[in-house]
Design a protein around this ligand. Structure first.
Ligand SMILES: [Zn+2]
Length: 199
């Protein structure tokens, strides 16, 4: 007996619908992968990269982790960025956070068990660095959301300092880094105006 049969049923129906719309769909996708975008987002189940920007399979290369953090010593994230920049030669890297991010909130509370505590440590640092701004916000929800924005900006900053990106820019590769935030309550993206396209 197969496990999770409902998911296999969904899959068969989805594949059939794709073929009905476009008989060459899978043949074309299997031939080549050439996405123009790398998406670095949160693992949160409510923020599916392709869906919220209306992109089909094949159009966006994706790295998702808890609270969309770019750790320079994380081989997983670094490998994704390296492959996207050096091999796929994407033109855009989008760091997309979201309001009411559970990981961001967790980083403001008591110490967590490992490895989550270490993973979220950059956000604890951001809380300390921005304590004055954050303490001036009376509403808990607004303070939480402001920290989500601060986190996106910090990850964009880390990203633009990486040797992978600096080398790409040095050799004249066209590459722009964007910082966005998604609002789960209205389904809309906001640009945080931290666009960077040069070292
Ligand atoms: Zn999140």
């Amino acid at each position: 007996m197969k496990f999770l049969p409902e998911l296999f049923d969904n899959n068969r129906q989805w594949a059939a619908r794709q073929l009905a719309d476009d008989p060459s769909y899978f043949g074309r996708l299997a031939g080549i992968q050439r996405p123009d975008y790398l998406w670095i987002g949160c693992s949160d189940s409510r923020v599916p990269a392709n869906t919220i920007v209306g992109l089909a399979p094949g159009e966006v290369f994706v790295q998702r982790n808890v609270s969309n953090i770019v750790h320079a010593d994380d081989n997983n994230c670094m490998s994704v960025i390296q492959y996207a920049v050096d091999v796929l030669q994407v033109s855009h890297i989008i760091v997309c956070g979201h309001y009411h991010c559970g990981g961001v909130l967790a980083a403001t509370g008591p110490a967590l068990a490992e490895p989550l505590e270490s993973w979220l440590s950059p956000i604890r640092c951001l809380c300390r660095d921005h304590a004055q701004t954050l303490s001036g916000i009376a509403s808990d929800d607004e303070r939480w959301d402001r920290l989500c924005e601060i986190n996106v900006r910090a990850q964009v900053s880390t990203l633009t300092g990486l040797p992978i990106l600096r080398s790409a820019w040095a050799r004249g590769q066209s590459l722009t880094v964007h910082g966005w935030i998604y609002d789960i309550k209205d389904g809309l993206l906001r640009d945080l105006d931290v666009c960077t396209s040069t070292a």
